[in-house]
Every structure is written in C-alpha cells, then in structure tokens.
Design a protein around this ligand. Structure first.
Ligand code: ASP
Length: 589
C-alpha cells in the first residue's frame, strides 16, 4: 500500500496515529532548523514536518525536495502549534520519520496553487499541471457529481442510457459539420453528430420510450467566447408525452440537481415566459430575471413632436436604470460610445434623467416638454433618482440592443450575483424564422419540431404571415441569462414532416438524401414523442458560479479550436492521405 490516508483526510482526532501519505510537493520550506512540506493530492493538502533533530539523511531528503516531486511520507499525526483554520487539515501536521522520493519533477512552468501565476496559454499547454490546482479539482468534482445525479434521477424515472454512433450523417441543428473521411468508402465522409437528434427519435420509433445519454456533440462553428467545438449534452427523449410531461420531468431533474449538489432550492413549479414576452420585456430569448429593469415600449408617446429620429422609428423602447440619475455627462457619453460598438450596434443613445425633485434633464429637451417626459417616465416605471435610457429602430433589433444594454447596466450595478439562481422555461417559440437575405424560412429549433396543434391550419397555409404566426411546441430552460437546454415535441407523422421540409425549402430529393431514413421510419408506427437536451458543460459552470465552461472540461480547446497541449489539429502523413485517396489543395492565407 502506498498510502494509509489521502492528503485531505486527517483531523485532530487522528492525533497519535502512524500514517503514510503520498502526493505532490506543493512547497517545501526551511524555518529555523525545521523543514515544512505542503503535500497535495486531489483530496487536499497536509502539512508535513521534519524536525531539526531528525536523522541527517531525512533532513537532507526533505531539503532537497523540489516543487511537484512525488513523494511517499510516513510519520505520526501531531497537533500543530500554529493552527490554520482555513485548511480542513489545519489542526494537524505529520512529524515525519521517513520520506521516499517516488519521482522527481522538472520545475513546473507556473505555480500550482489556488491562484496561479501562469497565463491562460501556458496553463492550457500544461493542462495536466493546471488540473492539479484546487479550482479545477473542484470544477471536475462538481461535474462528476452532476453527472452522477443526472443518472440517478433519470434511472429512477425509468430512462435507459443508450449510446448512439459518432460516425454518422449530417444532423439537423444547422451548424457546420465536422467530417471524417472513410477509407473503406473512398470519396465518402462521415459527419460527426451535432447531436444525437435523429437517433433518439429512431429509438422512440423502436419503442425505447425513455432514453437519455450524456453524450459528446460536435459543431464546427466559429468559436465565439465560451463555445467549444466538442461539448457534452444531457440528451433525452420520451414517447407518449405532451409538452407538460417533458417540462415536469426535467424541471424535476434540475430541482434535484440543485438540491443534492448545491443544497439550493429552485422554485416549484418553475416560472414560464413566452418567447414573445421574453423578447418584448428582456430583449432576449434567454432573459436574466435575477433583476428587473425590463424594457418598456414608448413608441406612441414620442411621436409628433418634431424629432425626426423618433418620428421615423418603427419602435422606441426604454429601460429605467434605478438610482443612476447621478450618472455624469461623461458617464452617459461613455455609455453612448458603448452602445455604438459593433457588438451592440446602436446608432445613438437618448437619456432622460429624473432628478431627485422630480424634474427632468434629457438629451431631447428641445423636442419634449416636462409633460411628455413625465409620460415616458411613467411608462418606464421611473422614480426620482432614476436614469431612463432610450433606443429606437426596427422592433426586434432594438429590443435586442436594449436587452444587451440592460445586462450591462445590471452588471455595472452588481445585480447579477452568480450565487443567485433564477431559472425559468421559455415557451411558445415561433416555429419558423424568416431570413431576409436568403428569402426563406428556417426552423427556429430544428426541422423535427412540431407546430402547436392549434396553429396547424397556418402551418399548411402558403401565406408568409400565416407561417410566421405558427408557434412551436418548443421550450428552453434558461438560467441567469444562459440557455441551459432546449427541446420540443416532435413531428411524428411522415406527411407533416414532408410539409415541414417543403416549408423550409428543402426539396423532396434533398430531404430524401439527408433524412430519408427518418421519413421512412415514420411510416412504421412512430409514437408521439418529444424531448430536450441540456448543455452539460454549461449546467456545471453555472452551478459552479462561473461563466466560462472551459474549466469544467478536463481537456478543452482554445478559441482557435486548437488543443495546444497535444498540438491538434495537425497535418497527417502523406501515406494516410494516399490511403484515403485525398489530395490536398490548401490555400495559403
Ligand atoms: N437536439 C437538440 C439540440 O441539440 C435538442 C433537442 O431538440 O432535443 O439543440
């Protein structure tokens, strides 16, 4: 046996025990004649001490230890004279009688402690060293616990975990596929799944009425901040269900996760908001409802005062920032520049300050009198001391900008506490989204999503306005401004599925080529079914109070989609290319 205990285990009750620990030397330091060693493993840190009067050989070994040496150390558990209340093992130390160096270590390129002095790139390159740090240990531990709870909950509810293949054909999520050449079928390629969507639906046809899988998904997208080309989903599907059944089952799962992993109670039942309300009030389909500051439409209140910008605007909306009337001119100017950045894209920003005495100061004083401004302030729910911010333009676009501004002001005012959890369902999504550029409809969720039964007559209409009003039986689970999951009740009828492809401008041949297998399957008794998938990495990150998923993945890629540790992607041998019958024609930039 290498060790009798881990480095996080021993307490004052163990005083007097003879123990052997094994782990990594975080630090060794000499103090007076004594040598102190912080020994670390994934369970914690224990202080070891070699007394001044210990045998010379032992003192020599102790003083020769470098950072990250792997050692085995034996001795007696003794009470510390200077206790450290911050460490679970801080009441004791081990008075050593023996040290064996199991392996030496090169000098690590950064400090491996709670906080590291290493930059992001360096830590990614030596990820296995970064993973020794407590914050990453906590993150992976949380991830493990969440996965365990998910399996417990779903197993108890009769779900079966079934694996689906990775080497498949394109799936319908609409991102770019990663492809893998087939040596045995020259000139042909597999696609890696963007999700197991079609397979889980086929499992429903096959009668496995409650399926789940914690599964890797692959999407070749430009990596906006905090996306990964491969990520993990908790993927689920159920048969003989309506929307209510799916929502009930999975809010139950989230409730159990929060309770058992974090000891946090989330509301029962969860609040729900329609997509339309989310857009109108929060300017986002994933609203952060930890704070108010909602959007108010003031279009009718601003017309006809001779201010062309607002007279011509299709939509004018306002948010009221509580207590921000003290914002100086300079701060408002800075905010104006902020909303003009391409990431937000506004042309300008109008402000109305409601002074403590109820009077107004605004950037539109020239056109609007006190009564006008009061009417706007009332509509925006403003009180003396508040600052009203106004944007105008096309309806949804302006609401989205106001939504971004709202989040920024929420952050600046400290209203977005990561330890506070405000989950909700967004429901009643539009089924289809019109794209001006390509002049066609796209599925807002994916092409297997069913229209709401009461909207079916519009679904079969050819009028654009009718199709635009069709709502889907689709839902998203949103937490603190992040979409953690989403799904829908599916189409299970071959004719309706064909109609969907038609609406999306996917011709019969293309539909047959891409999704013929599922249309086929639907002819053999497909049950009514629906499901959803949660972004597992993000669930973990949010539960951990972080907004980046990277630390919750053991070996993530960087923003260029590279694994800098193993240096991948990389070129392959000419012989491999030859076997695959592939000729490269790489254009240099
Ligand atoms: N496959 C969908 C997605 O990955 C989720 C679902 O509809 O179940 O977004």
């Amino acid at each position: 046996m290498y060790r009798t205990h881990t480095c996080g285990e021993l307490r004052i009750e163990d005083k007097g025990r003879q123990v052997t620990l094994a782990g990594w030397v975080q630090k060794a330091r000499k103090l007076g004649g004594m040598t102190f060693i912080d020994l670390r493993d994934r369970y914690g840190i224990t202080q070891l001490v070699v007394e001044a009067d210990a045998p010379a050989a032992l003192v020599d070994t102790a003083t020769s230890l470098g950072r990250e040496y792997v050692i085995q150390a034996s001795g007696e558990v003794v009470e510390r004279s200077a206790k450290n209340a911050k460490m679970p093992t801080g009441d004791i130390e081990i008075r050593l009688t023996d040290i064996t160096v199991l392996n030496k270590s090169a000098v690590p390129p950064f400090t491996i402690e709670e906080e590291s002095d290493g930059g992001e790139d360096l830590r990614m390159k030596y990820r296995y060293l970064d993973l020794r740090r407590p914050p990453l240990q906590r993150a992976l531990n949380l991830r493990h616990k969440v996965a365990h709870e998910v399996r417990n909950y779903l197993d108890a509810k009769g779900f079966m975990e079934i694996e689906t293949p990775y080497l498949i054909k394109s799936t319908p999520e609409g991102a770019r596929d990663f492809v893998v050449p087939s040596r045995m079928n020259p000139g042909q390629f597999y696609a890696l799944p963007q999700s197991p969507q079609t397979f889980k639906q086929l499992l429903m046809v096959a009668g496995y009425d409650r399926y789940f899988q914690i599964v890797r998904c692959f999407r070749d997208e430009d990596l906006r901040a905090d996306r990964q080309p491969e990520f993990t989903q908790i993927d689920c599907e159920m048969s003989f269900v309506e929307q209510e059944d799916v929502l009930g089952t999975f809010e139950g799962m989230m409730r159990q996760l929060f309770k058992n992993v974090l000891g946090v109670d989330i509301p029962n039942p969860l609040p729900r908001m329609s997509w339309y309300d989310a857009m109108d009030q929060y300017g986002s389909d994933k609203p952060d409802v930890r704070f108010g500051m909602t959007i108010h439409e003031i279009t009718p209140l601003v017309k006809g005062r001779g201010f062309a910008v607002l007279d011509d605007a299709a939509y004018v909306g306002a948010i009221c920032v509580p207590g921000a009337a003290e914002y100086t001119r300079k701060q408002v100017d800075e905010l104006t520049e902020w909303v003009k950045r391409p990431q937000v894209g506004a042309k300008g920003l109008i402000y109305i300050r409601v002074n403590a005495d109820g009077s107004f100061k605004s950037s539109i004083d020239k056109f609007y009198g006190a009564d006008d401004l009061r009417a706007i302030a009332d509509a925006a729910g403003a009180q003396p001391g508040d600052l009203i911010l106004v944007l105008c333009g096309a309806r949804r676009k302006t609401q989205t900008m106001l939504g971004v501004l709202r989040l920024e002001m929420g952050s600046r005012l400290g209203l977005r506490n990561p330890q506070e959890f405000a989950p909700l369902w967004i429901v009643d999504f539009p089924l289809l989204e019109w794209d001006e550029e390509t002049q066609r409809f796209y599925a807002m969720h994916h092409p297997f999503t069913a229209p709401k039964p009461e909207h079916e007559q519009w679904f079969y209409s050819n009028a654009k306005e009718d199709l635009e009003r069709v709502c889907a039986n689709a839902y998203d689970f949103v937490l603190n401004g992040s979409e953690l999951g989403g799904g829908s009740i599916r189409i299970h009828n071959a004719d309706m599925q064909k109609r969907m492809f038609e609406v999306l401008g996917i011709g019969p041949e293309e539909a047959e080529y891409k999704f013929g297998f599922i249309i086929n399957a639907f002819q053999f008794g497909a049950p009514p079914h629906g499901g959803l998938a949660f972004g597992f990495d993000r669930v973990c990150a949010l539960m951990g109070g972080q907004d980046t998923i990277r630390d919750y993945i053991a070996f993530p890629k960087n923003n260029q989609g590279r694994d800098v540790m193993i240096d991948s992607p990389s070129e392959i041998d000419a012989s491999q290319l030859e076997e695959l019958q592939i000729k490269l024609d790489v254009k240099s930039e």
